[in-house]
Design a protein around this ligand. Structure first.
Ligand code: GMT
Length: 372
């Protein structure tokens, strides 16, 4: 098939998931056209023969200084040109805002079948906002298919938008070769502590990373010489650094910024920690689990579809720091428990989120959409 996939090029989960899907489809000999305004993060370090990058031109014009460049229209122009030139079979949009609307316009002009995958805040933060709601609802009701990344999100979409529409749940694809247990550590930085916890996020307030720093400080009271590796960048990074200083644990908190290859970091951790107040799936949880590193996360959104409590990780009630600390200490003190949960986590990911299998599910869905 000739498939256009549109995504954000940044480290955010929707862009990573979309690019991983593109890679898996390309491996299966489909011709993939990746539409974005920059090279997607996962493609910056590798190339794939069946993937063509189609960059949206960002034309700046003085009149748009206050409102920003009209990306919806610029992306739609690129899509119309691409669909017409390459005669695409289907356009698949990741993250409904704003390019779901670009694709809907493209469909009106070219008649190309369009499917949208909703990922999270495009529904529960932006999509429900009256500033976006009417146009996003209309687009959802008029494209050829909607999918999303968890059963939780499917319910959100039913409740808030597409009551009469069939929403397909397809979990996010994980590269199970890249994310696996590595016996020899090859971190590109010096590990300062023998035992570490890890947190990977974009430090937005929804991730509540300061909560992780506070919980870690409690664990340090029980056991010293531990590291907390914080991967990523974002608005609350500085707040976390200040908090670590205030709590007197700055030497134990290692800020690693954005990394292109984090499998070794997952591998050197006793557990991956999350404090997200909302998470439609939680890509980093599944990546860590694929490396046999158990994840501990709040019982919110689609997280219980990824972590099975006490089977392959731990779920705690949002804000319940005592439980988070308790689970961290349990894993620190019991290597056998950590290994058992870790192995079960890998099994869960291989059986449910393997990139190759998820790509097959998307292909089946595309075919159904095209035949309906
Ligand atoms: O929706 C967002 O907040 C951003 C989005 C992204 O592009 O990073 O994240 C969402 O999509 C990811 C991939 O499907 C999921 O793993 C994240 O759980 C989800 N984020 C939220 O729901 C907050």
């Amino acid at each position: 098939m000739k498939i256009g996939i549109c995504c954000f090029p940044t480290v955010g989960g929707s862009g990573i998931a979309a690019t991983q899907l593109a890679i898996e489809l390309a491996k299966k000999d489909h011709e993939v056209y990746l539409i974005s305004y920059d090279t997607p993060f996962l493609l910056r370090s590798s190339r794939h023969p069946n993937i063509t990058l189609e960059l949206v031109d960002i034309l700046s014009y003085p009149l748009f200084k206050d409102i920003g460049d009209p990306y919806t229209i610029l992306a739609a122009s690129k899509m119309v040109e691409l669909v017409t030139r390459e005669k695409l079979d289907i356009l698949h949009i990741h993250y409904a805002i704003p390019t779901g609307v670009s694709a809907y316009l493209t469909k009106l002009i070219t008649n190309v079948p369009v499917v949208i995958t909703a990922h999270g805040s495009d529904i529960h933060i932006l999509g429900v906002d009256p500033s976006y709601n009417s146009i996003i609802s209309h687009a959802f009701q008029n494209v050829d298919g909607i999918s999303t990344v968890s059963k939780f999100m499917k319910k959100e979409i039913y409740d808030k938008f597409a009551k009469n529409q069939d929403v397909r749940v397809i979990y996010n694809p994980i590269d199970i070769e890249k994310y696996q247990k590595i016996e020899t550590q090859i971190c590109d930085f010096r590990l300062q502590h023998d035992t570490n916890f890890v947190h990977v996020s974009n430090f937005r307030p929804v991730k509540d990373t300061p909560f992780i720093v506070e919980a870690f400080a409690e664990v340090l009271k029980e056991k010293s010489d531990l590291g907390l590796i914080l991967v990523g960048e974002g608005p609350e990074r500085k707040k976390c650094e200040e908090l670590a200083c205030k709590l007197g644990i700055r030497d134990n908190v290692i800020f690693q910024g954005v990394r292109s290859y984090i499998a070794p970091i997952y591998n050197c951790a006793t557990a991956l920690l999350s404090a997200s107040k909302n998470e439609s799936f939680g890509l980093t949880l599944a990546e860590a689990m694929a490396c046999e590193t158990p994840a501990i996360a709040p019982r919110v959104g689609g997280v219980p579809e990824v972590i099975d409590h006490e089977v392959n990780g731990y779920l705690y009630e949002l804000g319940d720091k005592n439980s988070l600390v308790d689970y961290m200490i349990r894993l620190l003190n019991d290597e056998e428990l950590k290994n058992r949960l870790g192995k079960a986590g890998r099994e869960k990911v291989v059986n449910n989120f393997s990139g190759s299998e998820i790509a097959e599910e998307y292909i089946k869905w595309y075919k159904k959409v095209l035949n309906d």
